[in-house]
Structures are given as C-alpha cells and as structure tokens.
Ligand binder design. Sequence first.
Ligand code: DQA
Length: 144
Amino acid sequence: VHVLNGPNLNLLGRREPAIYGTATLDDIRATLEQRCAERGVSLVFRQSNHEGDLVDWIHEAGRVHAEGRLAGLIFNAAAYTHTSVALLDAVKGTGVALLELHISNVFAREAFRHHSYLSPVARAVVCGLGVQGYALAVEAVAQW
Ligand code: DQA
C-alpha cells in the first residue's frame, strides 16, 4: 500500500486542530505501520509540499502496480486536490487504483473544496472521518 500526503499535511497536529484534529502525520504513519504489519502488507508512506514530488511518487506507485505488487494508492492530495491537472494525469497515466482521502468533510466547507480533479479517476473516496480515515482506507485497499 502506498500512502501519499500533499501540502501542509506535515503540519498536522498544529494545523487548524478544530478541523484536522491533534494527531500528527507521524502518529498516522505509526498506526498504519502497525495495521500493515498485522496484515503482512508493506507500507510506503510519504508527504511533500511539492507537486512534482507527488507526480514522481505516483509514477513510482505506477511501476509497482505494473509489477502486480500494488494493492492501491491512498492519496490525500490536500489543496492540490482542487487545483492539479498534473496529479490527475499522473493517476490516469499510471492506471493505479486510487483511494482519494480527506480528513475533513470537504463538502461541508468552502465551495472551492467541493471540486476534486481526482475523484473522477478514484476507485473510492474517504472524506470526513478524521485521521481514522487513513486506517479504514488501509483496511479497504489491503483487500483490493
Ligand atoms: C484536506 C482538505 C483540503 O481541502 C485541504 O486543502 C487540505 C486537507 C483534508 O484532508 O481534509 O489541505 O485534503
């Protein structure tokens, strides 16, 4: 399972805790490592504030997918969800099975968060479950 996190998610725990909670990205990583270990699934977990890094990492997941070794890609693209044709094209170009994830319920927030470039190419979307969504997403993707 590959888990990618986009811009500002390195600030989790301090960033708008009323919306995103108090768990840090390291807390999430630790939980997922445990879940994956229990299932005998290996985990790649990354964060970047740079769009190009995320494109490169989707390509990398695509190579693992092509080798038949990728269960799925869990991707919280954060603000790039609402702006990035490059990330959409990367997912389309690689054919990875995508689970789009958001900690908050983006549909209960500003209108600019209601549109996602990724949803049309996502196999599933998890949104509004808080950081618990990551663990639930891993449970689902591990069975893909
Ligand atoms: C987010 C929602 C996005 O709208 C926002 O830009 C983020 C985080 C979420 O996890 O709820 O940075 O993807």
